[in-house]
Design a protein around this ligand. Sequence first.
Ligand code: PPS
Length: 568
Amino acid sequence: MQLRNLAPIPELYVSYESAQKLKVEAADLTSWDLTPRQICDLDLLMNGGFNPLKGFLGEDDYNGVVENMRLADGTLWPMPITLDISEKFAERVEPGQDIALRDQEGVILATMTVTDKWSPDKAREAECVFGADDLAHPAVNYLHNTAGKVYLGGPVVGIHQPVHYDFRARRDTPNELRAYFRKLGWRRIVAFQTRNPLHRAHQELTFRAAKEAQANLLIHPVVGMTKPGDVDHFTRVRCYEAVLDKYPASTTSMSLLNLAMRMAGPREALWHALIRANHGCTHMIVGRDHAGPGKNSLGEDFYGPYDAQDLVREHQEEAGIEMVDFKHMVYVQERAQYEPADEVEKGATVLNISGTELRRRLREGLEIPEWFSFPEVVTQLRGRYPPRSQQGFTVFFTGFSGSGKSTIANALMVKLMEMGGRPVTLLDGDIVRKNLSSELGFSKEHRDLNIRRIGYVASEITKNGGIAICAPIAPYATTRRAVREDVEAFGAFIEVHVATTIEECERRDRKGLYKLAREGKIKEFTGISDPYDVPVDPELSVETENVEVDHCAHQVILTLESLGLIAA
Ligand code: PPS
């Protein structure tokens, strides 16, 4: 007998022949270039992951979902799947019109017949769906600051699956997974949703959950969009592959889910359950604070730790999937094994390493014990997060023309090259202006552009483990701050203020520019006829009057040592 959970479910794709025809016809339609999040949503709409949705929500369905987690016909659906667009694009579209939906390279993935166009009340959406209109919630921030002001709704006709070049063999549609389970004779399948690397505690709890449910296990990690700051999915998938070998043979499988998470806690957990039911799973593990977004702007949790479990439990029958409680597993030293926290004998020594502590150990190259994780997983994480002494960084000198920036930067460069270990690149003001920014002048706009270019190159160098030394004037604090943010996404940013006074620079006047500036022959000259924002809190400030260049460069080296960026 065919089990209901493993029978094929409806997809929104047309046949191959119809798709070829439709692609040609759709080329003339007004088209919308989908955002990364919309591509994830469309992927799951078209392949049945969001079954029973037939397209992006219309206004009535949207209102129902926002207010009481139900479509207009009463079907349970907790998450608004909306096509947000700009006001400018909205002017070109009217209900009744067909539009083409394209990916970021312009490939037509689907057409949509627009049935509804409206401007949503985003504050209400935030309150109802995410529990608070608070920008500290990543999805609320997205709603207000990234999503367009207008929503379109209507049924979608699928033409082409979004293209993925990575881990192709690990990605499955709901029907592919159902067919796989049928083929293996798996009848009861428990899904484990995750957006983090798996360590020993996760392996233990998933294994126990599967045993408890007398089910096979599907590790079903999200690789679409997760919480900003999460470990990238490339690293995570390599970690999951390593952990897969630790389960008893033929009990466990892994498939990647191209979902864009919202971090909506309870509603998200219920949404995850419906998605897993669509993928043929009979059970899903729900943990403490499932899909939690972190703290709100008052420093409190957005949701109670068990709100997600309560909501899923309440609706599991209707959702067609059973919840398995997450057991909080802890390592008991005396017994050298993981046990559910509520079963640990009184007086036993319980060991734990928090996420923050793990990141600290990685950053500082400290030991990560075997009881905590698998050596293969640790190797992957160490490759992605090398200790500070192996990470890239940027030293950013700022100061007046003639202050000595270039001279100190050159001395620093050769000292770092003498030490070896990392490639060093010098982005000196004059050199950048000759090569990268030759068309730019010295207006505020041009200076900003020049500094942002330097910041971009420095952030790429930092990302790839090199040392970037920048030495422009960089007179504006806001631009320096923007560059700091660009670089700090990948490594350390050390701002060095070369604090030579304007009087001293003018007295030196090595290039004769101050004289020309005083005579009005050079306009907008920093310190004379253009402002310089003195750095308020640089990592280092160096005086150059009566001080040797070598000593100045050495001060930078000492700062780098104290930050753990170079070995003492
Ligand atoms: S900025 O403001 O950061 O974009 O400037 P930067 O790219 O560092 O370029 C500064 C060098 O250009 C020369 N120069 C001027 N500096 C300041 N103001 C004006 N109007 C100007 N015109 C030309 C000057 O020689 C700077 O070189 P350094 O190495 O700083 O002495």
